[in-house]
Design a binder for this molecule. Sequence first.
Ligand SMILES: [Zn+2]
Length: 352
Amino acid sequence: MQSWGKAPAPSVIIDLSPIVLLRGNPNWGWVEAAVEVWRKQHDPQARFYGVADNSLYYKLDEAGKRGLSQWKRKRMARSVSWADPEVLELATQFDTASVLTTDLFRDHRRDFPWLQGTDRIWKPVVGDGTLGFERLDYAPIPAMEVSWRIEEADLTPKGFKTREARDALKYEWRCTTSSCHWASEAVIEEDPAIRDGRVVCPACSAPASRLGFRESTKEIVLLLGDDEVDRLPVPERSELTVGRGRDIGRYDVREVLEDAAANKVSRDHLKLINNGGRIFVEELGSKNGTNIVRDDGVAAQLQECVQQALAPNEHLTLAGGALTIRLSGKKRPRGTYEPDLTTPPFLRVEGN
Ligand SMILES: [Zn+2]
């Protein structure tokens, strides 16, 4: 499936989460600094494109949230459940682009063989308060180690040792602690945690509530015209309302649309419902309506307050075409269930 729209090809792809977390505390300033320094040291004309994990938004302060939102509005960034494969797919498509990250992507080397021995990947380094770049050492690693890394990455998160705990990973989970940032989203999009045999929210450690089967989760793709900007999971038996306003189970178009376009979207504009693993859409009586565009390109206005199924080859347009919504052709990623990949398995001490 084509993942690139009409935006100009990037020459530098940024894995946003590790750059923001460069020194531990989340700081969007590292992204801006990386852009500035790269332009000075490598290419004044560089065109940057960032990929964020959905969880990054909640780690950012207000200025950082505005920064990310600006990048999205300018079609310079997208946010997805799991950034790693997205970064690497874009880097495969734009095969002369450099990549800024801190990750060695050892568990991805079979799917992206060009990683072995590549000199395209750079890591920002901070010394004396100034930022610079170092080439990451992508010396080829043996096939056997690649296999280990893949196996390791497929392992369940720490603490998920019993069968009951592992079964928990077949489901989606939600946090209901009002003060927790994950409570404002329909799904916890980070590695789950387990405590005393119970699944808990990784952010606030309160018991998480179980949603539907992960397998039945559908991903919704939001695009500005043809350019993808957000991808969000909608678990079974849950809903996503698209409109103006940020709240639980809502997608706030103001994050990505300029004011003029956002104002064409009603507060409660459109609802997407996952019913048994199928997505149904319902126009909520918005002022400017929603169009559904069929496979043959014929557009029709969605009827108010009627739920109808959205097929994979159909899409919706809002705000005079400024915002497009379609289903993702991809399976819900297995998640970010990544153990620490920095230590090879033969050196790892159990319980460490
Ligand atoms: Zn929580």
